[in-house]
Design a binder for this molecule. Sequence first.
Ligand SMILES: Nc1ncnc2c1ncn2[C@@H]1O[C@H](COP(=O)(O)OP(=O)(O)OP(=O)(O)O)[C@@H](O)[C@H]1O
Length: 274
Amino acid sequence: MLRTENLGKTYATGDEALKDVSVEIGGREVVAMIGPSGAGKSTFVRCINRLTEPTAGTVTLDGTELTALGKKELRNARRDIGMVFQEYNLVERLTVMENVLSGRLGYVSTWKAFRRNFSQKDVQRAYDLLELVGLDDMENKRVDELSGGQRQRVGIARAVIQEPKIILADEPTSSLDPETSRDVMRLLTDIAVDRNIPVLINIHEVHLAEQYADRILGLHDGNLVFDGRTAELTGDAKDVIYRDEGMPEAPAAETAADTASTTDKPTDPVPVEE
Ligand SMILES: Nc1ncnc2c1ncn2[C@@H]1O[C@H](COP(=O)(O)OP(=O)(O)OP(=O)(O)O)[C@@H](O)[C@H]1O
């Protein structure tokens, strides 16, 4: 269970990006955080694992108060949080397998990691995950040879191999085309169920949040102005979240036929030019 209490962030510039945000996220729910540009979505996600240091409030994961930890303890605690990034954050010149295994680095000794000496169990886990994300037989490809969707799948496999207690995804679909975005969202929702962990996704596209999330958090100007089941996200609720800003439009290609296959298995991603 992840709990934030009165979480706040004021940047050195004086920007109050997050104000008193208190939420609990647990079970295997998929939670989408939506809101206009600059509402504080990335700040919230990054404050959870202290990639950005909060300036107020607390973050607790399964009883451990992350905001109270020293550097070394925090490094250990971060193993419990799988991160998926907008720009993938992979090591481009390494292979798919090496990138996935790097998710285990927190678990192997520095010496072993230096020699890239992973246990057979970890290697088998990586193979299983590559199959899960639809990248079997691609383990020896260099990441810079992959499409955007394939890279994001590597990023997801790297997060899952940590065996985290929660996955945080910071704009995981922003660099992807609509079809690949849906594949990635479907994969993240499948992982929540299969691994029995919650997934928090910070996302611009409201239609994807509505299609895939169980619960929506709405931020406006650093304030949590909506926290409810996806079905409760009415037009009025969207007006509160997006007041004065305008809601991002769904892409024109987003038709009923496009969305009908959401329960299918993920298909191969469409290559994306980067
Ligand atoms: N490093 C920083 N230093 C100063 N201000 C920052 C910093 N990062 C973010 N901000 C400010 O904090 C506020 C929230 O930014 P944040 O990136 O969290 O919003 P967001 O909802 O994720 O936006 P977007 O959807 O455009 O990515 C904005 O006003 C932004 O300008």
